[in-house]
Design a protein. Structure first.
Length: 238
């Protein structure tokens, strides 16, 4: 495939390495202050976008304008999710997004759901989520933490909502954000009781898992129309 990379920081470069290793070509790169007018849409099969919340929506529009299928790994724009989904459907676009493309995180999500269902029967335990990322990350909580919170609460009857860094309200699940150093990303789901703490944790060692998942997403999206998520990708490769 011919791939356009949107966002050429550390993540964009990792995507480039992974795509080339899998036999694809990089036929365009859009970075800060670059114009989409410099690319030829005829030479692009799929775009992969990892940028910032403030630039993501404009990047989507530029791709839609040129009918370029888009894989999005940017988080922090989800207030516009329903609008983007509607645009994809009405404009017959191709769009795949995930709050985290790492396959290990997808498996962690399934563990989270399974554990939440079990913990319904043990009301002495109170759940919380903590996420740790590098100091350069723009959004907090992370998109992955928000996804984990929604997954947990959708399968857990005792609490209905979450809030960032809240304490002392047992009707709301806290989602805590820590920013330090160059952490690639750690997500911890805890169930706390008077007697003990039960935890599951995912820790990213590098950006390779994210890059591989994004390129797999591009391979999945190639030749398709519509709005897709990580669930669609993973169901295609099981």
């Amino acid at each position: 495939m011919n791939i356009l990379i949107i966002g050429y920081g550390k993540m964009g470069r990792e995507i480039e390495r992974t795509a080339l290793q899998r036999g694809h070509k990089i036929t365009g790169i859009i970075d800060l202050n670059d114009s989409f007018d410099k690319i030829n849409p005829q030479n692009i099969d799929v775009a992969i976008e990892f940028t910032t919340p403030s630039s993501a929506i404009n990047n989507f529009s530029e791709c839609f304008k040129r009918n370029i299928p888009l894989v999005c790994g940017t988080t922090g724009w989800y207030d516009e999710l329903n609008n983007i989904k509607q645009r994809v459907e009405t404009e017959h676009q191709s769009f795949l997004y995930s709050s985290n493309f790492a396959i290990g995180v997808y498996l962690f999500r399934q563990l989270n759901i399974y554990l939440a269902k079990i913990m319904n029967s043990y009301k002495d335990y109170t759940p919380s989520i903590t996420e740790i990322h590098h100091i350069h990350k723009k959004d907090a909580p992370s998109g992955t933490a928000i996804t984990l919170a929604h997954d947990l609460l959708s399968n857990y009857d005792n609490i209905k909502t979450w809030a960032k860094d809240i304490k002392g309200d047992e009707s709301i699940m806290p989602v805590n954000s820590v920013r330090k150093g160059e952490e690639f990303g750690t997500h911890i789901i805890s169930y706390d009781s008077d007697c003990d703490i039960l935890e599951i944790k995912h820790t990213a060692k590098n950006r390779k898992g994210l890059a591989l998942g994004a390129v797999l997403g591009a391979e999945f999206l190639f030749g398709k129309k519509g709005f897709y998520t990580m669930d669609d990708l993973m169901n295609s490769i099981k």
